[in-house]
Design a protein around this ligand. Structure first.
Ligand SMILES: [Zn+2]
Ligand SMILES: [Zn+2]
Length: 404
């Protein structure tokens, strides 16, 4: 049986997140907010899922570039693995720096910086769009001549490191601070304090920041999040708000040249009123509601089930049909959209539940023996349609129990 053991990363990292949470709780620190954490993990679930679907494609891209255009024909050796690590880290530095200095890339990377907490869950705040953009930068590696298996192996290790620097529990690390990116360095990167803006872009080594003048030591307490915070848990808005703001600002520009200048220009030059205009168009209210305990449980349980589902999905991905993959992806994304909306007390979540039932049906259709599940789900969906209003009221009163 060909199982994908990368799936075990999910229980491992969730375990580490839980240990950090227990320490934070024991020390009575305010480093972790449940809704913020759920929000971070939601974005991570979507990224992991989509990543599974595109990883094979990335491998093929690297492989064909190396075979057709690779300058050298590199064979693995200790020296070349070290060289690959340095090259990967160097490319990351420039990708990350440009992601902060160019609107078109910032639109993808901004999601990572939206959290106002700083803990292990923040490391999950990566979008699949960012993963796609990074692939463009990593293409330099096969062009040099590094083979695809070496690159994907290195990217896996290189991608694990940042998880450990997203924490406030670890102070300064003495001599390690000179060479490696430490939690202290990365706290500075996530801070919105004036003196910390656009600093410490490194991923594993801090040497690039020192070399190119973007290094800043942590001295004053960082304030985390964006300089203009996003006060919403909406899953979709967090992913796409900056694209909309950019489109609004570009529309205001008179010429193609000035539009392009804005697209590739710095984020701090973007019209500051574009956010408010975008929010008005999409009726986004600046409001992170206080959420009562019963509601938390509903969202938390959906997250737990999604994580279990994602684990099983990645573990058995080689055996899944295209239909199952599409149906599971649809169900997961709808659930994430719904959970974000529930945290904001939206009424339209009831309609999304229908779509979720249909995507569950689609999953069940992939397995012929599950005729009973299909029948039950169909009856539930039809009954909910017939008794739309009373069922909706009952559902909303159950989910938003505090309103009773
Ligand atoms: Zn960044
Ligand atoms: Zn980070």
């Amino acid at each position: 049986m060909k199982l994908n053991i990368i799936a075990f990363g999910i229980p491992l990292f969730i375990g580490l997140i839980y240990i950090e949470y227990l320490i934070i709780k024991r020390k009575k620190l305010n480093y972790s907010n449940l809704h913020e954490s759920i929000n971070n993990i939601s974005i991570g679930i979507a990224e992991r899922l989509c990543d599974v679907l595109v990883t094979g494609l990335f491998y093929l891209i690297y492989d064909s570039i190396q075979k057709k255009y690779g300058i050298f024909n590199i064979k693995p050796s200790v020296f070349l693995w070290i060289l690959l690590l340095l090259a990967t880290d160097f490319i990351w530095y420039w990708y990350h720096r440009l992601a902060h200095e160019m609107n078109v890339l910032w639109a993808l990377h901004v999601v990572h910086h939206q959290s106002e907490d700083f803990n292990f869950t923040v490391s999950a705040r990566i979008t699949v769009l960012q993963a796609v953009a990074r692939t463009g930068f990593w293409c330099v590696l096969p062009l040099i001549g590094f083979p695809a298996p070496m690159i994907t192996g290195m990217l896996l290790v290189h991608g694990l490191y940042p998880f450990f620097v997203h924490t406030r529990l670890v102070g300064k690390l003495g001599i390690l601070e000179y060479l490696f990116v430490t939690p202290s360095h990365h706290r500075v990167h996530h801070a919105s304090n004036e003196q910390y803006l656009d600093k410490n872009y490194g991923d594993v080594f801090i040497i690039w920041d020192k070399l190119f003048g973007t290094f800043k030591k942590e001295d004053e307490e960082p304030v985390y999040g964006l300089t203009h915070p996003l006060k919403t848990y909406s899953f979709l808005w967090q992913h796409f708000h900056y694209f909309i703001e950019m489109a609004i600002a570009m529309k205001q520009e008179p010429t193609l040249k000035s539009k392009l200048k804005l697209l590739f220009g710095r984020p701090d030059a973007l019209d500051p009123t574009a956010r408010a205009k975008a929010e008005a168009i999409f009726h986004i209210k600046q409001n992170k509601s206080t959420i009562e305990k019963p509601l938390n449980n509903y969202v938390v349980w959906q997250m737990i089930l999604l994580l279990v589902g994602l684990f099983a999905f990645i573990l058995t991905e080689h055996y899944l049909s295209v239909g199952t993959i599409i149906a599971f992806t649809t169900f997961t994304l709808l659930t994430l959209i719904n959970c974000g909306a529930i945290m904001e007390q939206k009424r339209w979540i009831y309609n999304v539940e229908f779509l979720r039932v249909f995507s569950l049906l689609a999953i069940a259709f992939q397995f012929h023996n599950y005729a009973i599940i299909i029948t039950v789900l169909s009856i539930v969906a039809i009954a909910a349609c017939i008794y739309y209003r009373p069922v909706q009221n009952r559902y909303l009163s159950l989910v938003y129990r505090y309103q009773q």
